[in-house]
Design a protein around this ligand. Structure first.
Ligand code: FES
Ligand code: FE2
Length: 365
């Protein structure tokens, strides 16, 4: 006669692995760490402090008198008021509630109501490394808040004078992973954007090739007669970016293929901010023609295309990716998903080893 299993008393004890898996999920849902992420277009950060949520973390950004942007956790060390509501004192911020001052390193420099308060001189807040490039503010979200950041390496379209570029930023009510899937899925162009000026020219059926590049992978689509249509590249250079190339009709001005360099930054698990740099390799008078055409004609068309993407993405059921039937044309996005998942797990394990596991905030009974 077999012995009945011992009754389970109370709730099973949480295992450390459960904590790691939950942390990996949180990282995956909000955005990988140890990367630079664009958090705002430069024009959004002026003298007034700006409060943002990025990768599920509240940030305050401000510009000092020399024009340098700084980023701190958006929480006053006194009683937690938003520092972004306070005053810009150059390399310091002052909280609007009781005037506590914190410098760009997160060190409390003044407690006006109690000058001998022991909080003075201590580091109370996390500060984030910041770089500005191509009209956007990039922030380093280090796994270890005290470790130095890796260098910011952007695709050449964003750094070289040979390329003209316009930045367009869109907020979408969807997790960043669906937006990244969309970037990595050029096949949707011939359907969702069928009436678009460039994307609608794409073949509905195309042969595809996927190959590794020195910084990531590239996915090409070829027309049935061997002609090349479009491609998308994923790069990982201490920041995750996507680059697309699209053929452009002659009537859309001089220059080679039209390019898009895209980034997508998680705001929280259900919202993201997508960055699109529209680029073209043109110089001299041809650059002027292209800039004029872009501003007067193409920009509105591009916003219309983004609206088509937004409609589909914002209406994706939350768990759509758990019940899908991927096709060959999804090869590139599946590879990127695997990379994100692996990296999120590695980062959660690293955090657990360092005793920095993120625990959800306790709730009061
Ligand atoms: S909460 Fe900021 S000074 Fe009191
Ligand atoms: Fe699209």
């Amino acid at each position: 006669m077999s012995t009945p299993p011992a009754p389970v008393r109370g709730r099973p004890r949480a295992h450390r692995c459960d904590g790691v898996a939950a942390d990996a999920r949180r990282i995956l849902d909000t955005g990988l760490r140890d990367l630079w992420h664009p958090v705002a277009p430069s024009r959004q950060v002026e003298r007034e402090p700006v409060g943002l949520s990025r990768l599920g973390e509240p940030l305050v950004l401000w510009r000092d008198a020399g024009g340098r942007v700084h980023a701190l956790e958006d929480r006053c060390p006194h009683r937690g008021a938003r520092l972004s509501l306070g005053w810009n004192l150059g390399e310091r911020l002052a909280c609007r509630y009781h005037g506590v001052e914190v410098d760009r390193r997160g060190i409390v420099t003044a407690v006006p109501a109690e000058p001998d308060c022991p909080m003075r001189g201590t580091r109370q807040l996390r500060s984030y490394p910041v770089r500005e490039a191509a009209g956007a503010v990039f922030v380093w979200f280090g796994l270890d808040p005290d470790a130095p950041p890796a260098p910011l390496r952007l695709p050449e379209e964003l750094t070289s004078d040979a390329h003209a570029r316009f930045l367009c930023v869109a907020n979408w009510r969807t997790g960043y992973r669906y937006a990244l899937d969309n970037f990595m899925d050029p096949a949707h162009g011939a359907f969702l954007h069928a009436v678009s000026h460039a994307l609608g020219q794409g073949a509905r059926r195309a042969d595809t090739t996927l190959r590794a590049t020195p910084t990531g992978l590239r996915f090409d689509r070829h027309h049935g007669h061997g002609g090349h249509f479009d491609w998308v590249e994923f790069g990982d250079t201490h920041c995750l970016w996507v680059r697309l190339g699209l053929p452009y009709k002659r009537r859309y001005g001089p220059g080679g293929d039209f390019g898009i360099v895209g980034f997508v930054t998680g705001i929280d698990p259900q919202h993201c901010q997508a960055y699109f740099w529209r680029t073209r390799k043109v110089q001299g008078w041809q650059r002027d023609v292209w800039r004029f055409l872009y501003r007067n004609r193409l920009e509105a068309l591009h916003w219309a295309v983004l609206e088509q993407d937004r409609l589909v993405l914002e209406n994706m059921p939350e768990h759509a990716r758990e019940r899908e039937f991927p096709c060959r044309s999804d090869g590139a996005l599946l590879r990127v998903r695997r990379l994100l998942l692996r990296r999120a797990r590695t980062q959660a394990c690293a955090r657990a080893r360092q005793g920095m596991l993120q625990t959800p905030p306790a709730t009061l009974a």
